[in-house]
Design a protein. Sequence first.
Lengths: 357, 357, 399, 399
Amino acid sequence: MPDSIDLDLLDESFAEMLGAEWRRERSVAYAQSGNLIAEDLWSQMAGLGWTALTVPEQYGGLGLGIDAASRLHAALGAVSAPVPMLGTTMAAALIAHAGSDSQRAAWLPALADGSMRVGFAQPSGAKLNFEDTSVNGIAADVLDAPSATHFVLSGRREGKSSWIVLAADSPGVTVEVHPLNDTSRTLGSVTLSQVALAEDAVILSADDRRVTDLLEHWGCIALASDSLGIGEAVLDLTIEYLKVREQFGKVIGSFQALKHRVADHKTALVGARELLSHVALLDPGDHAGLIDALSAKAHITRVAAEVARDCIQLHGGVGFTAEFQPHVFLKRAKLNEALYLTRNEALDRVADLLEAA
Amino acid sequence: MPDSIDLDLLDESFAEMLGAEWRRERSVAYAQSGNLIAEDLWSQMAGLGWTALTVPEQYGGLGLGIDAASRLHAALGAVSAPVPMLGTTMAAALIAHAGSDSQRAAWLPALADGSMRVGFAQPSGAKLNFEDTSVNGIAADVLDAPSATHFVLSGRREGKSSWIVLAADSPGVTVEVHPLNDTSRTLGSVTLSQVALAEDAVILSADDRRVTDLLEHWGCIALASDSLGIGEAVLDLTIEYLKVREQFGKVIGSFQALKHRVADHKTALVGARELLSHVALLDPGDHAGLIDALSAKAHITRVAAEVARDCIQLHGGVGFTAEFQPHVFLKRAKLNEALYLTRNEALDRVADLLEAA
Amino acid sequence: MTRTFDILSKVGDEQAFRQEIRDWLAAAMPRNWRVEWQGLENETLKPKMIAWLEERRKVGLATPHWPKEWGGPGLPFGYQIIVYEELTRADAPELHMYMVSLFHTPATLFEHGSAAQKERYLSGITQGTDIWCQGFSEPGAGSDLAALRTSARREGDHYVVNGQKIWSSGAINAQYCLLLARTEQNVKSKHEGISYFIMDMQAPGVEVRPIRSITGEQEFCEIFMDDVKIPVENLIGEEGNGWNIAQSTLSAERGLLIFGGTERLARSFERDRVDGKDSWMRDPQLRREYAAFHAELQVIRLLIRKLLKELEASPDKASSNLSTFIKLSWGPFLQRYTEFLVRAEGLEAHKWKAPIPATAHTSRIKFSDFLKSFAWTIAGGSNEIMRNIIAERYLGLPR
Amino acid sequence: MTRTFDILSKVGDEQAFRQEIRDWLAAAMPRNWRVEWQGLENETLKPKMIAWLEERRKVGLATPHWPKEWGGPGLPFGYQIIVYEELTRADAPELHMYMVSLFHTPATLFEHGSAAQKERYLSGITQGTDIWCQGFSEPGAGSDLAALRTSARREGDHYVVNGQKIWSSGAINAQYCLLLARTEQNVKSKHEGISYFIMDMQAPGVEVRPIRSITGEQEFCEIFMDDVKIPVENLIGEEGNGWNIAQSTLSAERGLLIFGGTERLARSFERDRVDGKDSWMRDPQLRREYAAFHAELQVIRLLIRKLLKELEASPDKASSNLSTFIKLSWGPFLQRYTEFLVRAEGLEAHKWKAPIPATAHTSRIKFSDFLKSFAWTIAGGSNEIMRNIIAERYLGLPR
């Protein structure tokens, strides 16, 4: 089944539910609500099996790959959905690829049914020390930590990169909430104070480099997908607006200077989509695949942020109000640029990898 | 007299002569001629005293400052004049500020009357060794060297920056000509092989740092001025073209997408002109003055090159032909970006100086 | 603290003038205001703003750029510059609630107001705490300002106004409004038949609704007018001549208003470098990006000084060309620079912090400053309108 | 060297196919051609180009992307890719004099030509050395192609043609011209009344004048036609249907033609990095700028492969949407990348070097490659025309 699934059909089902459940008005209203997560939306997603997308079948998942996850993240970006899906995608990848059998059995079903919500540490963050039986330290700026049931934090053990999975309510764990300009997501710094380190909480892979590459690859694709969804959605709604808003006795969409900017944005997004489709099919273990994934992250998050920025300008005055949607997209697009790897960090990696090729 | 001269009147006299003597057609034709210098234009300039502009009065000059030279360089840029004026400006500054009385007497009158044409070494080039009685080495990529009567080359003596003034026909001097894409100028690499170093040929200043700063300041302003002239001229002629060329039954200047690009270019050039006027009045010994001069070089050469590039595009097909003028401007503007200091080198200097402020 | 300050008497001695301002600021400026005022809006902010205005008034600097004819201190140009330099240097709060009062109202009244209007309303600013707002734009007439539909119908000794305005900064706090309304419906050109009024915001039928902006602040408002009566003596200039008068109002916006903002930004630009010195200023690329902004900032500061000199020579008539170039330089520059800071600061810039009022575009909350930059690229004539004006009016490209 | 090569028979075994091409290229490719051909133009270049075409023909690769129906080798898509990959890998000269012959002529004739026309003219390309040019643009009708004024008047069994064409690549060397001319003057829409002809360039009344381009080369020409007779059998399709047929010609240009160019650029992109490794690749900023181009290059290569797959599925009908997006991605990208290389190389890039023909945009003479990029941003539908098409036709924004 997984191999033969039609991703375009998947797209349609994502768009259908989100289009019905997370309309523009909800998105705009949510941005001022102060909530940490759209609980009801998350429940619906879980109910439809979206949280199970990339979990292996034997653990209650659909066993699909990053290409399917890419579609889902694009759909969530397209409505700026306030759900912590990135943590699920990343945690499922990590645990499925590097977890022991008991770890997989312990966590993958909970990820699949949505009951486990993960705050996944910034890959570029400081590493914790997992050598002892307890762990101390701070994992700063963990995405979606404030609404998470679990954290996946990275550190070192036996000289290797490794990860721990920790319940948010474990003794000694506290979370400092950082509200974001992008109110569709949250950030939290997780402080660990004498937190007991159960042996089974540590994920240690024989080939930690491969796991690190895999996570980088999946993270880049998920964020690039989210941004692609943002870029396409904000451009589409702006084009709609340009077709109805009148100034000087004409719809403003008839002004050539605006048309040319829109055409450039559309061209950039058509290309971005093609790049992403391609990257999502590459093997993360593949050197060229990682180059393209990092490139896609740097390129597509930039394109989307620039499109969203200009869409505010194209809206004119109403674009400056909280009541219209472009700002919701701009804030999310700008955050995507900074998450996991900044553009400059990604490009430095690309240059390194190209030179090593 | 010099203090009270009206620079706007000077501008007018530059524009009048050059407008009459170096029309578009000559500029376009010259670009394919293979000549090293427009001898007749140089003679006319010398006859009108333009080569004497910044030479002190007691040596037959007009004793004006870099603000006047800036106007001249802008006027020369505006017609892409194939004359080695930059060497005169730089050499006059160096000799007037750092030369001994005998050196000033020997060279300034010849600079003033145009009989001495200088190939002035790239400030960033390798330094020669002036310790001995003869000098060996290569001064690479000296601007206008192929048409020069003299070279000013930089090196070190007694641990300080110093300069030599050398006749092009001195024994042991050979010049390798590098034709340029910008055919309004030339470049040459000067090889010195056992060239006798007369004691009076070496310019050595007690405060070599001040002289270096002065040359950097003047060089930045001269090149930025040349580029400003280019940018304004190429935009003006493009606007003229947009007003007459018809497509789709309209003059293409009525298309809003083109209008908006032109408006942005115009805005950038209005600002560039203001920056340059300001910088040309600052004391080169002043820290802030040097920052602004370097900034002006980096900024204005970039603006002009970008305007010239888009002017080819705005011309459409004819912009791609050697018969129209935009390419002459683009090539000169791009060269100005690379001469003396690249944009990145200039910005690194600006950042250093800002941090030291 | 019991010392009194006499700043204006020091004109003629720049050094003493400057020192007196510094001493006064050290004594009179609200303490720690960036922290105290953070997150304040309208009602809570207003008394603090008034108190600060009072301090400025005491030393004659409520309206430092006003000539004597307007009731201002009539400072020579060089001294005006010093005032702004010192206010900036001390990081004094901006009188942002008084923007229209300080800039748009005098630019309008001085040239077009009656003697009685000048007398009454300018003194309300120099001597009182009158807050003004501007009622130009409408939901259906943004960039196309002349398409406005708010109507003013003459009935005896007053006009009856009906309609809706939008993007009125600070209308929620305002006593008066500079209002454009249509007094004649059947006109050949939409620029005709528009009249210019002073509207009392406390008049019956006026309703104000704040609009929340993308920064979360409520600076802009909508104004709804339902049979609002405006006495005929509140008509500015001739009936039907409102469009021309509005050009005076707008020209104030495109030049002078930017001055304070750029000087503050120049100061903030230096602090950004210091703040970033152990982080992004060590990245060779970001360092160059930063350095390149220096030229752009200088360009704008120089253009504004040129405009101010023109204004000094002829105070009632700003060069509209120059002010258009300034507007189109400043807005996009500000947007690119603040975006750069967001990028340079990384994830930290994305953490929400309550906006700080009265800081112009230098709250130093990077994301908030970036979002606010759209006010300059959209409001008061968008980038697009500026480009049309430059191409068509100044360069003669055909419509 | 006496070995014969049988590349086409290896279809079915990719490895053997690839190896056979490599062996053939090692034996047959002109030696040291980049040096030998540098600075050559027209007459001196033509025999070298023909000799290379002959080598390709011997192994069935004169027209590697042509289907069997056109007289091509009918290679499966994957094998076409291999051919281009190997030609690129070996840095084989591009058949740039044959661009119209290889791309535009078949795209036009296959769909719209008569059996006799296909028979005669396609074989002149697959079996001979016919060079074609295109006579579309006119001095008064550049981007507004349909405004063309060249007239073709029917007189008995021929048409009499008068007018002028411009931007005809390689017309100076051409035997035939794909000509658009107006056969009907009184039309409601300018797109009507245009007919499509094959014109013999040796016919009396045809005169060709080369245009020197900004790179100093003479690739483009003007064609003057003074009572040129074209036999009626040289009309392609119906009289008056030329505009529609021209769309087939142009679609070839916007997709397929870019393929060779991007693959060469991808190869050149790698070499640029190696060449720069001790200079600009050590500058952190230039290194990032370089790395950022990787994504853009991949985007274009992927879009083209998608288009080629569509063409394989339905060879006579390219997706015009996709080809427009490709054109608007490729031209500006190429211009920015070549400009970057000029900047990265510094002063060295400004030294003039004679252009090297047959290198597409990868002569590796940086300034020349930069200047040539304008051919892609202006010719064959300028950036501006592409933006109009995308906004109006694809996105439905009103005219």
